[in-house]
Design a binder for this molecule. Sequence first.
Ligand code: HEM
Length: 85
Amino acid sequence: MLEYGASTATWVQPMPNTYLPFGIGGHSCPGSELAKLEILVLLHHLTNDYKWEVVGEEEGIQYGQFPVPKGGLPLKITHKEEQTN
Ligand code: HEM
């Protein structure tokens, strides 16, 4: 029999340096599944209903802690229905 307060949950230990945006354990984010669904819906609309154009002149990759586009990646995002050309 479980003692009062004992947890039946088993947590898989994450590897060191694992990215845990929603935390882990007893107080991990209860909204994580909702948040992931909302992000999925947002990405669906951004990729299906909008046209993305890279407007920056800079090319190449800047290598640091993480590889990132040199000078950022400025975009022009236009709603497909509002496009004039
Ligand atoms: C991208 C969106 C979100 C991120 C990155 C995020 C991240 C986090 C993190 C890191 C924690 C702390 C976990 C810990 O202490 O170990 C947390 C806690 C919490 N989050 Fe979120 N969250 C997000 C969205 C949401 C949403 C949509 C809801 C509710 C609808 C929500 C409700 C909560 C609540 C109530 C706690 C406190 C849990 C507790 O202390 O037991 N979060 N969240």
